[in-house]
Every structure is written in C-alpha cells, then in structure tokens.
Design a protein around this ligand. Structure first.
Ligand code: URA
Length: 462
C-alpha cells in the first residue's frame, strides 16, 4: 500500500480485522497470514490480539488467543482460501519452527537422493512398513517422520512399537547416520517441526474445523516440506475408512498438496486410492507388523503388495531410478535385509516373537454367499474398541489387539465360516467390538464389480 507521497505505508494488523476479512469472504494478505500464525504460535504479552504494525513477528503487540484463532479457522472452513493464501499459510507454519536438511547425505562418496511418502491414513494401512525398506534397498534415503494413531486409524509408530526393543525417538544425528548406512528411518517427528501446526491441529480437533481442504493441505505439507525431503509421494485416500469420504474432495486435496509441494521446490506426486475396504487381512498393531513381514518375504495379501509396489515405483521414479524393479527386491529378500537392518538400528529385535492376545473370539457368517462389502470404518472402530487405538492423544494402546479379516469382497463364504477373529488383552472390550462389526459385511448372490485400488495419479500437470 502507498500513500499520496508514494511512500510505503505499513499495514495495520489486528486479530479482529484478520477474522472479519475472512468472515466476509475476503482474501488475507501475506502480512496478515504471517502475523496471525506468528502471534498465535509465539505471541507473548498481555491482551488479546491488540493492533500491530508490520509483518511477521514485528512490533510489540499482543498475541492471538485460542478464541480468536477458533473464529478464524471457522471462517476459513466456511469461506476457503485461494492458492496464494494456502501457500503463504503453509510457509508461515514452516517458518514457525526449524527445517531439517538431508542434502548432505552421502553413501560411497555419492550424494543420496531423499524421497518421502505420506498417507492420509486408513484402516489396515501398514504400507510404510514394507515400503520404506523396499525403496531404501535401491540406495534411496527414505526419512519417514511418522505419527501415532488417533481414533479408528492406526499410527505407524504404534505398529513398530509392538516389536521388542524398537524405539521411535532418535536424535537428528542418529537419523542422518542411519539414513546413510541403512537407507530408511521411521521415527517420531521432533517438536520443533512446524509447531504452529501442532497447536492449530489441536484447536481444529475441538472446533469442528478439521475437514477443510486448505487447512488439511497446509497442515500436512508444512510438516513434509519442513522435513527437508527432495521428493514426496502422497497416498490420498477416499472412502468409508478415510479421513475424507468423497473421491472428489480427496482429488481436490491431492491436487492442492501436489501444487504446494512443487511451489516449495519439492517434486510431489499423489496416488488417489480407495479406502472403502480395509487394506490386507489385519487391522491392529502387531497383527499388521506380521502381515508386513509376509510382504517383505515375498508373500502377503494382493492389495497390500499392489499398493506397496505402486508407491515404490512412484518413489523410485522420483529418485530418477525409472528402470528399478521393486517386485524383484520383495521376491529375492533384498528388501527384507533392509527391514531387518532398519529395525535393529533403532534397538528392535526383528526375530523376537510379536505379542499375542490372551483373549480371542471368532465371528462367523450367518448366511452363505459372496462377500459384497467389508466396511473399513466398521473394522477400524472394532479394532479401536479392542484396544488397538486411542481415543485421546497420549493414551496407551495394546500392541496385540486387533482384528483378523478372514473374508474380503469377492470371497465366497458358507454359513458358519469365520469372518473375523477378534484379539484383545481385555475381554470386556469384545462386546463393543462385536457391536461395531454387526453391519460391516455384506453377503449377496454375486460380487459387485471390483473397483481398482489405485484410482488415479495426480501430478502438477493433471
Ligand atoms: N493429517 C494432518 O497432518 N493434518 C490434517 O489436518 C489432517 C490429517
């Protein structure tokens, strides 16, 4: 903005004008976005969002308090943001913390390419476990900063913590050393990465503002860009067990994230994948580790193998290894060797028996026919009720709890056949899990036409 003498005029910013701009359908300026994120994350001092002058962090004004940020988040939820606003919001969240840098990684005197994968989460989604060592077995560095589960979807760290001795918290120096030596690391993201997102996500969770494409895209991409990866492959899911149910919304999310990645200099592609049915034949931490090891041994369920290979090909392409054949490294044990090294490097014993539940119960089919439907959400809720997931952050989970799925869509069953085995340490949970599963399975005379698992590939040119 310039005054009549042509001098730049500082923008006057205060929390209320930022909120009302968005409430009334306006566009937020770059300075408003920088200011509001900075003052919410780091702002100190008395008073709620008093007027201030200038951009991020300047001036001695107040802070943006939860009530004001809640109002702004709801305004964004209802009014949306354009691409410039989303990109600036993402950058402001990245700037709220530190960035990691893997550009110095070397093996055999040569620079290593880093490629990361992120899934928007689903039921039975154990793909990171076979995928990270598989891609690393080609000499690519795969830094997977992962999270713990909340609600009906499991977290990658919870799954790996069912392996005796394995630990998620490692230092940045150990992470770099492991990437150079083994190639793959799966660990907890440190608190310094995009701290604004952590505060905003907690607030969104209690204000009904989670399912907003600008807010989801900026939340995921701020962490991934701050992580310092060279390339990124996204698995964006839709369907009953996914975070966004509709395919159209998931496509929009994928397009927004791919665009944000490229705008930040990270080569990003996305696969749009179906999460109406759980992946594989297990949901639950130790059960999913066992299934992942089957895939690494060259077996495992077809859908888990298919998605692992599709994502591996994307990641290897992004690393410039267009001729690499990931199926070969599953078949010949190369990926398994990297898995064992990856687990051992973080204190885990890859040969230790996995925890087994003291209590199991079988749920059987009451009619004969072909399985037409297996609802991912119902299975996710069932596994959660058995103790595999947590209702609030920080709660302990049962490593051994979960569900084995004996029949998947397309399978023929006879009345009395097993549909599910429920596993838990606490038998009082069995009833609630059974209740969650009562309408999970459809049985009919003929199978519905099978939809592809990978529905589309989204690139910056899509
Ligand atoms: N996962 C994230 O990291 N952020 C969101 O907003 C939603 C899912």
């Amino acid at each position: 903005m310039a005054n009549r003498r042509g001098e730049a005029e500082a923008e006057i910013i205060d929390a209320i004008s930022v909120i009302t701009t968005k409430r009334d359908g306006g566009e937020l300026t770059d300075a408003q976005i920088d200011w509001v994120i900075d003052r919410y994350t780091h702002g100190a001092g008395s008073g709620a969002g008093g007027p201030d002058v200038g951009g991020a962090g300047s001036g001695a004004g107040g802070r943006v308090v939860d009530e004001q940020m809640s109002a702004l988040l709801m305004a964004i939820f209802l009014r949306g943001m354009n691409r410039r606003e989303i990109s600036r919001w993402t950058q402001a969240m990245i700037d709220s913390g530190r960035r990691m840098d893997f550009s110095g990684l070397r093996r055999g005197g040569r620079a290593m390419v880093t490629v990361d994968k992120h899934s928007t989460g689903g039921v039975g989604d154990k793909i990171t476990l076979p995928l990270a060592p598989l891609v690393a077995s080609f000499g690519v560095a795969v830094p997977q900063l992962s999270g713990r589960g909340l609600g009906h979807t499991g977290g990658t760290l919870d799954k790996l913590e069912s392996i005796s001795g394995w630990r998620a918290d490692i230092s940045a120096a150990d992470m770099g050393e492991q990437l150079e030596r083994v190639g793959a690391v799966v660990c907890a993201a440190g608190g310094g990465l995009a701290p604004a997102d952590r505060r905003l996500y907690a607030l969104r969770d209690v204000t009904g503002t989670v399912e907003s494409i600008p807010l989801v895209a900026s939340s995921i991409m701020s962490k991934k860009i701050a992580e310092g990866t060279g390339a990124l492959v996204l698995d964006v899911k839709f369907g009953s067990g996914a975070f966004l149910k509709s395919e159209a919304q998931s496509r929009e999310l994928a397009e927004t994230m791919v665009w944000l990645g490229h705008a930040a200099g990270v080569a990003t592609t996305a696969l749009l994948t179906d999460m109406n049915t759980p992946l594989g034949r297990t949901a639950g931490n130790a059960l999913e580790v066992a299934e992942s090891v089957e895939v690494l041994a060259g077996g495992g369920p077809d859908d888990v193998v298919e998605l692992t290979l599709a994502l591996a090909r994307e990641m290897l392409d992004a690393a410039g290894l267009t001729d690499a054949d990931p199926a070969k490294h599953l078949a010949d044990g190369t990926a398994m060797d990297t898995w064992r090294a990856m687990i051992a490097a973080q204190g885990g014993d890859p040969d230790a028996p996995l925890p087994r539940a003291r209590h199991t119960e079988t749920v059987r089919a009451t009619e004969s026919g072909i399985v037409t439907r297996l609802d991912a959400m119902a299975v996710g809720v069932g596994a959660w009720r058995l103790g595999a997931g947590r209702a609030v952050p920080g709660e302990a989970v049962q490593a051994e709890a979960g569900i084995t799925l004996h029949a998947k869509p397309g399978d023929r069953v006879t009345a009395g056949d097993r549909l599910f085995t429920l596993h838990t340490r606490t038998p009082e949970r069995l009833g609630a899990a059974r209740a969650a599963l009562t309408t999970a399975v459809g049985i009919g005379d003929s199978a519905a036409q099978r939809r592809p698992l990978v529905v589309d590939r989204v690139t910056v040119d899509s």
